[in-house]
Design a protein around this ligand. Structure first.
Ligand SMILES: Nc1ncnc2c1ncn2[C@@H]1O[C@H](COP(=O)(O)OP(=O)(O)O)[C@@H](O)[C@H]1O
Ligand SMILES: CC(=O)OP(=O)(O)O
Ligand SMILES: [Mg+2]
Length: 367
């Protein structure tokens, strides 16, 4: 079966054609370009040949436990979640509408980052807010990067040579968005992103967690209104805000190498907050078998993984420089280390294809 997968991230739009679990074609565009230039996705379909189905990543699926077929009614509901993930959700809705319009007779499957975290334990899911706010179970922690985590959990178990239900993992997804998830028995038991993909670690342009009291204070001054706050927390914070760069880790590392003090501080904050999240995630596990790093930054800047890991000795985490310098999916901890450290390529495309195939198979009438 040939599945076209579309993965709108906050900085990139990634498309791939997966045939029976194998990648045949792949292309990445800057996120803004992919939707502004409607023909980009269309051209890819033309070049790669007609797929049997399309699978699209939506970061926010609300409480949906798994993928669903996308139609206009589903899209309208997902669009209403747009303000909870403004860097991603509108792009996913737009690109899905484009596909439905240009390939009207193809099944299009919407797959959700949030589904992987749907079974979070109550204590990890709730905010300590007034019951009147939380009674409907909507104002809660959802978690994101779930498609990446689902793939990572399976791939890590494969590399460790154990059953999927076995390893206790902490999965760090370091892309433009950054999240840390504790995985036990193949399921999410805590995660750093919450109601929105702002919470938790420092990201490329997002702030990560900030004392809500600080935000209330700034709003109270009247110098920033709600739109200004949204813009600041999603677009002008994180590495970008601290350094005046785009927030792309390549640029920040280059600035630090050139002696830029703001870049040095920003990477210090990024690594410190990431270690805090890793430590917190480990507390939801009864043991830590492996710490997994994935996403664009982990894949392309493994030296940063080494830098983060250096401060995690208390968890038994160590890395080997020669292994870090390698390529592809690999163990980067030294032989005999108490915790395996893995660097894995994020394969949301394979997870998207897998989920779409399963949904399609479940709808086929048995013969
Ligand atoms: N080809 C590359 N070479 C070096 N760094 C890269 C490359 N591609 C991505 N990165 C790094 O990965 C980050 C983006 O991660 P990615 O997972 O692709 O983003 P998105 O959140 O859009 O899915 C960038 O900040 C950059 O530092
Ligand atoms: C959820 C999220 O932040 O995704 P990405 O890293 O792809 O932007
Ligand atoms: Mg991504």
């Amino acid at each position: 079966m040939r599945i076209l997968t579309l993965n709108p991230g906050s900085s990139t739009m990634k498309a791939a054609l997966i045939e029976d679990g194998v990648t045949r074609h792949a292309e990445t565009w800057a996120a803004a370009d992919a939707v502004a230039d409607e023909s980009a996705v269309h051209d890819a379909i033309g070049r790669w040949g007609r797929p049997d189905a399309v699978a699209v990543r939506f970061v926010h699926g609300g409480s949906r436990p798994g993928p669903v077929f996308a139609d206009e009614e589903v899209l309208r509901a997902l669009d209403r979640l747009g303000s909870l993930a403004p860097l991603h959700q509108p792009l996913s809705v737009d690109v899905t509408r484009l596909v439905l319009a240009s390939l009207p007779d193809l099944p299009v499957v919407a797959c959700f980052d949030t589904s992987f975290h749907n079974g979070l334990p109550e204590a990890a899911k709730r905010y300590a807010l007034p019951r009147a706010w939380t009674r409907q179970n909507r104002l809660r922690r959802y978690g994101f990067h779930g498609l990446s985590c689902g793939y990572t959990a399976r791939r890590a178990a494969e590399l460790l040579g154990v059953d999927e239900t076995e390893p206790r993992l902490v999965c760090c997804h370091l892309g433009s968005g950054v999240s840390v998830t504790a995985i036990r028995g193949g399921a999410s038991v805590d995660t750093s992103m919450g109601f929105t993909p702002i919470e938790g670690a420092v990201m490329a342009t997002r702030s990560g967690s900030v004392d809500p009291g600080l935000l209330l204070y700034v709003l109270g001054t009247g110098e920033v209104d709600l739109d200004g706050m949204v813009d600041a927390l999603y677009h002008r914070s994180g590495l970008a805000g601290m350094t005046g760069t785009s927030g792309d880790m390549r640029e920040v590392l280059a600035a630090r190498a050139a002696g830029d003090e703001a870049a040095r501080t920003a990477i210090g904050v990024y690594a410190h907050r990431l270690r805090r999240e890793i430590g917190a995630a480990a507390m939801s596990l009864d043991r830590l078998d492996a710490l997994v790093f994935t996403g664009g930054v982990a894949e392309h800047q493994p030296e940063l993984v080494g830098e983060v890991a250096e401060g995690l000795g208390v968890l038994g985490v160590r890395t080997a420089p020669d292994r870090l310098a390698g390529r592809g999916d690999r163990l980067v901890s030294p032989r005999g280390a108490p915790v395996a450290v893995l660097v894995l390529t994020a394969r949301e495309d394979l997870e998207l294809a897998r989920q779409a195939e399963r949904l399609l198979a479940s709808c086929r009438t048995p013969t």
